[in-house]
Design a protein. Structure first.
Length: 122
């Protein structure tokens, strides 16, 4: 599987990742770190506690990592939670809706991690 095929299989944006990182070697380095980064686990834990500060910080971190990696749909979903909990913004989602969106991000995250692992196995 090529890097482009991986991105197609995980619904990522290969061109965006190349635009940000400039070379496949760098993309590969960060891809290998993504599954163990803890970025989704932090968001999931924040969702369990519904701590507004933790939700903002973890969603913001996930949004940034995913945006840089070309995982646009995951970045957008995390961005929605970021804005929901940005200090000064009024809440528009119920706690249950926030938890459902985090679960949706979890599905995307696991799909992406599974794809990365298949790619790394050759």
């Amino acid at each position: 599987m090529t890097l482009q095929e991986l991105y197609a299989s995980i619904d990522g944006n290969y061109d965006h990742a190349v635009q940000i990182m400039r070379m496949e070697k760098l993309i590969n380095r960060y891809l290998s770190k993504f599954p163990s980064s803890g970025v989704y686990e932090s968001l999931a834990a924040a969702g369990e506690s519904m701590d507004p500060t933790a939700l903002f910080e973890s969603a913001h971190a996930m949004k940034g990592v995913c945006a840089n990696m070309g995982f646009d749909k995951m970045a957008a979903a995390a961005g929605e939670i970021t804005e929901e909990f940005r200090p000064g913004n009024p809440r528009s989602l119920s706690d249950d809706e926030v938890k459902a969106r985090i679960a949706d991000i979890g599905v995307m995250y696991r799909h992406t991690v599974d794809g990365i692992r298949q790619y790394e196995q050759g």
